[in-house]
Design a protein around this ligand. Structure first.
Ligand SMILES: *Cc1c(COP(=O)(O)O)cnc(C)c1O
Length: 370
């Protein structure tokens, strides 16, 4: 079965091999050398002033960012489940929250953010997804961050890049905290999250908040190539292998180009067979289709064509399906996915099969003339 869900994503064979060795002790020069190399690659990926790896799923890093960077009121952007989660985290910690809520296909408007900040001087941090995975939506995070800093540079900008870091170049000029998670674009099993931090964020963190998720404790240790508590050693070894594979395959710039081409090829091939793309501003991490037969298409993909794509959650359950585009994906696998979707439409009696999706995908991916 081809795993084409936008998290977890498949772990490449060489990465699984790298993680299959005996468990290494974390307080050893061997592990510290691996940690140091991994950190160096992460600086290149994140382009932030500091990076911190923690042993938790992505939500742990969201929580660490909120409690360490917000002291008063958090402005959150809810265009989906993950944006909503930032508000819930703030509330759970007794922080005040203001939410800008939209339908899941709609990106946040910069004007709404500016208005909220002007209305409420208690807001000292804003949290937003770069790619909101609930609907496959790209928020205009860079423009938003710039607008926030123009109003008040002390407001901390937290960007959840769990389905964006490793997918596309993100301009971190005005971003204070950028979050990634192991099981999405980084092609690893779940269990590690990474935070990229600006110097301003490190300063604002000071002595930190919380205990396990206290970022000050981690920054101090990780600058010495170790961790405050037991490191996720196996995942760190896997992460180094992933980052070295990306380098060996032409570097992150090539990965971003390939992902952008793939995103365009998938979107165009599905539109060519009459399908509708759900988000108004699609993220490159996944293609989301809204369709009255979304549930049936997903079932047929699994039962007849060995393809596993994700459905929707909450009010979008049975109404959308989401196809992963993150990671080092073979073109022949992706060509099969779009072809299988066209075959499913034929099975449902929606459209006679003529190979259009596969043709468009290949024409764009391999830039061949008709
Ligand atoms: C998956 C995801 C998360 C949550 O990560 P977990 O690893 O499930 O805790 C947060 N934000 C976005 C955008 C995601 O895609």
């Amino acid at each position: 079965m081809l795993l084409f869900t936008p998290g977890p994503t498949p772990v490449p064979q060489n990465v699984r091999n790298a993680m299959s060795d005996e468990t290494m002790h974390h307080r050893t020069p061997e592990f510290e050398a691996i940690f140091k190399k991994t950190r160096k690659h992460l600086f290149n990926l994140f382009k932030t002033d500091e990076v911190v790896m923690i042993a938790s799923s992505g939500t742990g890093a969201m929580e660490a960012a909120v409690i360490n960077l917000c002291k008063n009121r958090l402005l959150t952007v809810n265009s989906g489940k993950f944006g909503e989660r930032f508000g819930k985290i703030a509330t759970a910690h007794g922080l005040k929250n203001k939410e800008i809520k939209n339908e899941w296909d709609t990106p946040v408007s910069i004007e709404a953010v500016v208005e909220a900040l002007k209305e409420d001087s208690e807001i000292d941090a804003i949290a937003v997804q770069v790619s909101e995975s609930a609907g496959g939506l790209r928020h205009p995070v860079e423009e938003l961050a710039k607008a926030v800093k123009e109003i008040n540079p002390a407001i901390m900008v937290i960007a959840d890049g769990i389905t964006a870091v490793g997918v596309e170049a993100i301009d971190v000029t005005n971003i204070d905290c950028l979050i990634a998670g192991s099981q999405k674009a980084l092609m690893l099993p779940p269990g590690m999250a990474i935070l990229g931090l600006s110097n301003a964020a490190v300063k604002s963190i000071g002595s930190g908040v919380g205990y396990y998720l206290n970022l000050a404790s981690e920054i101090k240790k990780q600058r010495q190539n170790t961790t405050a508590y037991t490191a996720a050693t196996t995942l760190t070894i896997g992460l180094l292998e992933v980052l070295e594979s990306i380098e060996a395959d032409g570097g992150v710039e090539k990965l971003y180009r390939d992902t952008a081409t793939r995103a365009n090829a998938v979107k165009s091939s599905l539109e060519a067979i009459g399908l509708h793309i759900y988000p108004l501003t699609p993220a490159k991490s996944m293609t989301t289709v809204d369709d009255e037969n979304a549930g049936e298409i997903r079932e047929l993909l699994k039962s007849d064509f060995d393809v596993n794509v994700a459905g929707g959650q909450d009010h979008l359950k049975g109404k959308i399906f989401r196809i992963n585009q993150m990671g080092l994906i073979s073109n022949y696998e992706m060509a099969w996915v779009v072809n299988a979707i066209e075959l499913s439409l034929a099975k449902l009696g929606r459209r006679p099969y003529d190979g259009t999706a596969n043709r468009i995908f290949n024409e764009i991916t391999f830039a061949v003339e008709k």
